[in-house]
Design a protein around this ligand. Structure first.
Ligand SMILES: NC(=O)c1ccc[n+]([C@@H]2O[C@H](COP(=O)([O-])OP(=O)(O)OC[C@H]3O[C@@H](n4cnc5c(N)ncnc54)[C@H](O)[C@@H]3O)[C@@H](O)[C@H]2O)c1
Length: 432
């Protein structure tokens, strides 16, 4: 792996992707400036601390900040390479919102010089990298941009999506293969040279639109496959069959590999990115659109199931286990667990107790509901009804002796040994 103390890198957006990326680049010996519009993020990073939960990130950030290899600022400075890792949410009608990306490009334009490389890492609709190029051309007419001035461009612009798994970000940033899409092949080669400094996985070059679509395709693939599992869970419920057992058995087929059902699909990626494809080609995406609706519909189904259980036991306290969108992380964005717990808190108020080891206080959606945050031991002692929404290790580890008398709705299949009379399908029959 190469290292180069002369290389200056700016990373725009110091969130779940940008901060680990900035720290990993700083570790290679480059001088990294992290730029973020959120003041508290800048302050936290400059004090050598982190504002997000990610395995080993705190030690890495404190080390590179102490060495002066990474610093944060609200102000941009000139650099050789600019990496954009800002949010790309969608609007109410599911149209992708690339405002933050264009704002970041505008910020870069002020300090851009010939020879620089700009890499967009934010998950983006197809065509966004070219829009960044067009914006830079407009803001900096003195610089020749790629794809217009051909190979004679002054700056390189590329798209390189991130495909890391929260909880393993520092490992996967280095080990995962990267798809690098250049506006031109020369742009791709320049970006490739940069990623080679810290990526051990294969770096494959292509065009910017192909790389943009690759990222959206990966997440749509996951969404469609999870939708299949979620649909199966509804079918199995109707028939009183244990869906996890059926999936385990079906997966013994050498060419079948069904994913796990859950209370829906969450997170910043899988629940969002498929809409970018649907929005781009609405007439050709019935499957991708339906998968999104099936996964969102599963959340509504769980709310209905949980409500039926809660109403069958008036006054009994209810423990909602987990708010995060997946196990062992503190990320609540687009989380179906949070949506279920919030709906139940709004309906049943102070009967609802939330157990979330990755939260020190209840997030804003619970304000005014009367719901409280408790730990797992308190829940085991005082809550006869338990709704498992996240498969955090701490929930998995609760032995059957401590929950055999509970009425359980296990949306993650973490307690297969729960006595049948207290299990999901049986309990619903009991309710009905
Ligand atoms: N989180 C993941 O696991 C993951 C995985 C793959 C891809 N992505 C994609 O990476 C991108 C970033 O996601 P994230 O999870 O890191 O987001 P995040 O919300 O954790 O962080 C984004 C940061 O960008 C800052 N920001 C916003 N506008 C800015 C601007 N104009 N200039 C500088 N900073 C700005 C925000 O203050 C915030 O700190 C998104 O497109 C996301 O879809 C995320």
């Amino acid at each position: 792996m190469l290292s180069d103390t002369e290389l200056n890198v700016v990373v725009l957006g110091l969130g779940y992707i940008g901060l680990p990326t900035a720290a990993v680049i700083a570790r290679t010996g480059a001088k990294v400036l992290g730029v973020d519009v959120t003041e508290s993020v800048v302050e936290t990073v400059n004090s050598g601390r982190v504002h997000i939960e990610e395995v080993d990130l705190d030690g890495l950030v404190s080390g590179v900040v102490a060495r002066g290899a990474l610093r944060a600022s609200a102000q941009i400075a000139p650099a050789d390479v600019f990496v954009i890792a800002v949010p790309t949410p969608f609007a109410a009608d599911h149209a992708p919102d690339i405002t933050y990306v264009l704002q970041a490009a505008t910020t870069i334009a002020a300090v851009l010089k010939a020879g620089d490389t700009i890499i967009l890492e934010s998950t983006s609709p197809v065509g966004t990298t070219e829009r960044v190029r067009d914006l830079l051309a407009q803001l900096r007419p003195d610089l020749r941009v790629p794809g217009r001035a051909g190979e004679a461009a002054d700056v390189a612009i590329a798209y390189c999506p991130e495909r890391v798994l929260p909880g393993r970000i520092l490992v996967e940033l280095i080990d995962n293969d990267r798809v690098i899409g250049g506006i031109t092949p020369r742009c791709a080669r320049k970006a490739l040279t940069f990623y080679r400094r810290f990526v051990r996985g294969a770096c494959v070059t292509t065009t910017a639109p192909a790389a943009e679509m690759t990222k959206l395709t990966e997440n749509a693939f996951r969404d469609v496959n999870i939708a299949f599992a979620n649909e199966l869970s509804l079918v199995a419920d109707t028939m009183g069959v244990d869906v996890w057992e059926v999936i385990r058995l079906a997966n013994r087929h050498p060419r079948v590999n069904i994913l796990q059902p859950g209370p829906g699909v969450g997170g910043h990626c899988i629940a969002v990115d498929p809409w970018f494809l649907v929005h781009a080609a609405p007439d050709h995406t019935p499957l991708i659109r339906t998968a999104r609706l099936v996964n969102d519909g599963k959340t509504d189904h769980v709310i209905a199931q949980a409500s039926a259980m809660i109403e069958a036991r008036p006054d009994a306290p209810v423990a909602c286990l987990g708010l995060a969108f997946k196990a062992n992380i503190d990320d609540f964005r687009e989380s179906p667990a949070l949506k279920v717990a919030q709906a139940l808190a709004q309906r049943y108020g102070e009967r609802v107790r939330i157990v979330e080891p990755y939260a020190s206080t209840l997030p804003a959606p619970f304000d005014g509901t009367g719901a409280t945050l408790i730990d797992i031991d308190t829940a085991i002692e005082g809550c006869p009804i338990m709704i498992v929404l996240v498969d955090h290790d701490v929930f998995r580890s609760v032995p059957v002796e401590e929950r055999s008398d509970k009425l359980v709705l296990d949306t993650r299949g973490i307690w297969p040994d729960q006595p049948a009379a207290a299990r999901q399908t049986e309990s619903l029959r009991l309710v009905g």
